[in-house]
Design a protein around this ligand. Structure first.
Ligand SMILES: [Zn+2]
Length: 183
């Protein structure tokens, strides 16, 4: 896994792309954060003895694109908007992207098994050819060690900096667009 902080940051940054009416509601942000970390709930199974490489093992089914589709629809269902409105599906799409991006981040890490993006149809575990992110320890105490620092540094460099830059550019572009529309 990438660290929980990084998954949340990326989820929130993607949430910022949502409509302003959604962003005014606290529930939207709660759902965005939940989607960003939901795949790692498979850590509970790992503690209960589910083997890492099993269908429901860590980075297995809950990190798949199918799971992200289901999570996206379920999260949108928890948001007060009627399904007959097209906007509800746009929201489901955003929550899908946030959930799926979790697996993408994990597939950029350099440890553990890869991510079962196409489970249950293809249970192969995939990594991207480029894995610049140091894999994060699963347990909190190990996080506050030299290894934890190396993890944070790699995430800062390869995820936080690009995310902040892209978010700032999008905001700048939006403000410019709004100003030019009101001129
Ligand atoms: Zn994960």
């Amino acid at each position: 896994m990438a660290s929980v902080f990084t998954h949340v940051l990326v989820g929130v940054a993607q949430g910022a792309a949502g409509k302003s009416a959604w962003k005014k509601q606290r529930r939207f942000w709660l759902l965005a954060v939940l989607c960003s970390i939901l795949p790692d709930f498979d850590g509970i199974g790992l503690k209960l003895g589910v083997p890492y490489g099993a269908l429901w093992g860590h980075r297995g089914m809950t990190h798949s694109l199918l799971f992200a589709v289901i999570a996206g629809i379920a999260a949108a269902a928890c948001f007060p908007l009627p399904w007959k409105e097209k906007e509800k599906w746009t929201l489901a799409l955003l929550f899908f992207i946030i959930t799926a991006s979790h697996g993408v981040l994990d597939a950029l890490t350099n440890g553990g098994l890869g991510v079962a993006f196409f489970s249950p149809f293809d249970t192969h575990r995939y990594f991207f050819p480029w894995t610049p992110i140091q894999v994060s320890p699963m347990s909190a105490p190990k996080f506050f060690t030299a290894r934890g620092l190396r993890v944070m540094w790699s995430e800062l460099l390869w995820v936080w900096c690009p995310t902040v830059v892209v978010t700032a550019l999008v905001y700048y572009w939006r403000v410019r667009k709004r100003n030019s529309n009101s001129e």
